[in-house]
Design a protein around this ligand. Structure first.
Ligand code: GTP
Length: 343
């Protein structure tokens, strides 16, 4: 079975990170998120992928190529203009089979596909929407289901009081070709706002199936930081991510730490990075590959993206630092972690 990865969005909420980089290529522990996602789906038995691209399409195609490096096959569906989350699926239809998986490429999840597919088959569904439970559903597409799992209502980003449940669209679907043929071609269509409500209104067999496992929408800088905190705290482990060198400390190959530097776990040091004398790194610091921290830098609760050089005596806290930007984050509070589910 093939998986279609939706990876063409503008990622406006993750700016400035996404000004030069498509959101699905945002580095997560020194690896583009899309590679982690493909590794995970490969472990679930998927080895053929179609990636729907638009924004920074070249960057994605150059990075992943035909998939050979990852041991999978990748084809691309390029949109001349952004066609939206359903328009992108419609546009890719000729590259897909009769039944396929659709995954939002900006959702961090380790969803198990077999139970989702079994549910889909057992219910003879036209579409099965993977659902996850969150504390505050007001940022998400919320679902009300009948006793048998059939979706009665799909409400996109309702106020907290009006939300019919706390089960939200996890951004993972099983779809039949017949469902996609009903999406109008050649124009922008939103799956959440248009396609699901229309299919449900027509009485089509749209079902919702709760999925287990870690789930996080990394669409904002705070959630991107939250993801890294969760990885450092080992609340989640990504396939292919190395084990810690010692508790709470990951040291990549070729990383050099001056004897007069201090590491405070949890901390990730990417491949080939250099930590100078007098630096204090951690807790909750991710230092990307080839980063240079010159002397006496202090980094806490922060991500330094690959190949950035930080010079001078400075303190970096609650921030994401890129090659040409520093994005200050609001301190993490319970309210900002609502997209995180850890059953
Ligand atoms: P924001 O601009 O911050 O809302 O992010 P986004 O543009 O990525 O939108 P959203 O989070 O709603 O998108 C969900 C998923 O669908 C992401 O993986 C996007 O890359 C993808 N996506 C959104 N719009 C399009 C589109 O027009 N074409 C394609 N191919 N993918 C899309």
């Amino acid at each position: 079975m093939k998986a279609l990865l939706l990876a063409g969005g503008l990622g406006t909420r993750l700016r400035p990170l996404t000004l030069h980089l498509p959101k699905p290529l945002a580095p997560v522990m020194d690896r583009p998120w899309l590679e982690h996602l493909i590794e995970h789906l490969k472990l679930q038995g998927i080895d053929e992928f179609v990636i729907a691209v638009h924004h920074h399409a070249d960057r994605i195609e150059q990075k992943l190529g035909d998939g050979d490096r990852l041991g999978v096959r990748i084809a691309y569906s390029r949109e001349p203009r952004p066609l939206g989350t359903a328009g992108a699926i419609r546009h890719a239809l000729d590259l897909l089979g009769d039944r396929f998986i659709v995954v939002n490429a900006d959702i961090i999840h380790l969803v198990r596909l077999v139970p989702l597919l079994e549910f889909h088959r057992n219910h003879r569904a036209l579409v099965t929407i993977g659902l996850t439970e969150v504390e505050d559903p007001s940022h998400f597409g919320v679902v009300e289901r009948a006793w048998d799992g059939r979706v009665l209502r799909f409400v996109e980003k309702p106020s907290r009081e009006r939300a019919p449940s706390r089960l939200v669209n996890a951004g993972v679907y099983v779809m039949e070709r017949a469902a996609v043929e009903r999406i109008p071609a050649g124009r922008e269509v939103s799956i959440e706002r248009e396609t699901f409500p229309a299919l449900i209104a027509s009485g089509a067999a749209v079902f919702g199936c709760p999925v287990q496992g870690y789930w996080l929408d990394m669409g904002t800088l705070e959630r991107y930081m939250q993801l890294h905190r969760d990885l450092l705290d080992e609340r989640v482990h990504l396939p292919g991510m190395p084990r810690a060198s010692r508790p709470g400390v990951w040291i990549g190959p070729g990383a050099r730490v001056h004897p007069a530097a201090r590491l405070v776990p949890p901390v990730w040091l990417g491949e080939g990075c250099r930590i100078g004398a007098g630096c204090t790194v951690g807790p909750h610091a991710v230092i990307g590959a080839e980063v240079e921290l010159l002397s006496h830098t202090r980094v806490t609760d922060a991500i330094i993206l690959p190949r950035v050089q930080v010079s001078g005596i400075t303190t970096i806290g609650n921030a994401i630092v890129g090659p040409d930007f520093t994005a200050a984050l609001r301190p993490i509070t319970a309210a900002q972690t609502e997209g995180v589910l850890q059953p």
